[in-house]
Design a protein around this ligand. Structure first.
Ligand code: ADP
Length: 442
């Protein structure tokens, strides 16, 4: 082959290498793969099997062999070169110009690291891989030859073009990494903030619960004293009090009793909130029936309460479920209309792995804008004279259902009545969520 023919073949080979690199840089999202493949491709372009990319470390004076082909184990990812003026690497980085040594054995300008010699390198060419805008150089692309060799201008021009393409690719990876690091950093703050807020909220909830519990306890004694003294006034000092005084004393007794009822309800709610979550598979039918009996026993006259039984098993804790149902059924019996006989129905619905128990009435209903807030503590829509109550029943319903891994809600029409529902977690979901939540307490 003629010299001209040979160089044409080389140029063609180098064009192919460029094309292959372009394809690789677009396809791969793995910088190590790109760097290693680059070494193989430039080796191919220059007809040698030894090449490497050395990366400038953050200290600015060490180069690490980041990728390479043809090297014995212990070089790639491990070997380092200390930058100094008498190294061709230092020179290439300082001047930005390609540095070549056609025979390192006879080289007098530079010293070379021992691993080069140990790996059989006889000649070296270095070109700089520049950094992105305002950034230090990424490192060097080095091609080594196992034979002493003169690297031609065309060789270094090819390598410089290649190293510039590599620089653009590396810079793209650096930018992506910077964005990822920034995002990860931001997420991690956010996460810390959420954790802090959650912990603060849990602590303040606990304090609030402890406060409610203590206050309720401590309020009882003076309240009983007030009620007791008012009764003594009524029993032993009636003539002195007269009708008006007696009336006031009676109102003290009634108000004290009402307050005692509120405190009891608040204590019950506090106790529930301090309880550990628990639920296991139970048949709700007898629990519903007992709740119905309890409500009926508290009423002056028997009302129609239908229970559609049997009901499917649910994930619940029987005592809490009893409290939830008693509150819902007693509300259904209480908030009735004057013009229609009361009809309460308790039934279950089983759809797509979920069980809902509905407590339906034909009472006064609830306007849409109030349907959510009535589940909060002390939220009532009527005066105590119209419908007596504490305003805690539905808070107990919601809290109790949450304790058992379930939910509660209402559908209501002021014309027709209300349909309160409680929904239970699926057995399979709870069982995998936590062992504690499914184990019956001994
Ligand atoms: P209480 O029944 O002691 O007032 P609840 O927390 O149980 O307290 O209920 C809060 C409020 O929600 C009630 O005061 C009432 O206004 C409304 N409510 C609850 N259940 C019904 C119902 N079945 N029909 C109409 N309104 C209801």
């Amino acid at each position: 082959m003629t010299e001209a023919g040979k160089s044409e073949t080389e140029v063609l080979r180098q064009h192919i290498v460029f094309a292959q690199f372009g394809e690789l840089a677009l396809r791969s999202d793995d910088l190590d793969e790109i760097l290693t493949e680059s070494c193989r491709l430039v080796g191919e372009g220059l007809g040698t099997d030894l090449a490497k990319v050395v990366e400038l470390q953050p200290d600015g004076e060490t180069l690490l062999v980041r990728a390479g082909v043809g090297w014995k184990p212990g070089v790639v990812g491990v070997a380092t070169i200390k930058l100094a003026d008498d190294t061709s690497e230092g020179f290439a980085l300082k001047t930005g110009k390609p540095m070549t040594s056609s025979n390192i054995e006879t080289e007098t300008r530079f010293r070379y690291p021992s691993f080069l010699v140990e790996n059989g390198a006889k000649a070296v060419v270095n070109v700089i891989i520049i950094g992105g805008k305002d950034k230090p150089p990424y490192g060097l692309l080095q091609v080594d030859s196992r034979e002493p060799r003169e690297f031609t201008e065309s060789d270094t021009a090819f390598l410089t073009g290649y190293a510039n393409l590599l620089a653009a690719t590396v810079d793209r990876f650096r930018l992506i990494q910077e964005v990822r690091d920034k995002e990860a950093g931001e997420r991690h703050e956010l996460e810390i903030k959420v954790a802090e807020r959650t912990a603060a909220l849990a602590a303040s909830n606990e304090q609030l619960d402890a406060f409610a519990y203590t206050v309720s306890h401590d309020l009882r004694a003076p309240l009983r004293a007030m009620e007791g003294f008012a009764r003594i006034l009524l029993n032993d000092y009636a003539p002195a009090l007269g009708d008006a005084g007696g009336g006031f004393a009676k109102r003290i007794v009634a108000a004290s009793m009402r307050m005692e009822g509120l405190i009891d309800a608040l204590l019950g709610y506090s106790r529930l909130r301090r309880q550990e979550p628990a639920a296991w598979l139970v048949d709700p039918t007898p629990i519903v029936q007992r709740a119905v009996e309890e409500v009926q026993a508290g009423l002056e006259s028997i009302i129609a309460i239908d229970v559609v039984a049997p009901m499917p098993s649910v994930m619940a804790e029987p005592i809490v479920l009893g409290q939830v149902l008693t509150n819902l059924i007693s509300n259904a019996a209480k908030f009735q209309r004057d013009d229609v006989p009361v009809q309460v129905t308790v039934r279950a619905e089983h759809t797509a792995g979920r069980v809902r128990i509905w407590v339906e009435d034909n009472g006064i209903g609830i306007a849409p804008e109030h349907q959510e807030r009535i589940f909060n503590v002390f939220e009532r829509l009527h005066g105590d004279e119209t419908f007596p109550g504490t305003g805690i029943g539905l808070a107990i319903v919601r809290e109790g259902m949450a304790l058992m891994g379930g939910r509660a809600g209402v559908e209501s029409d002021p014309e027709k009545g209300s349909r309160f529902w409680i929904e239970f977690a699926e057995a399979a979901q709870l069982a995998t969520a936590s062992d504690d939540t499914v184990r019956p307490k001994s």
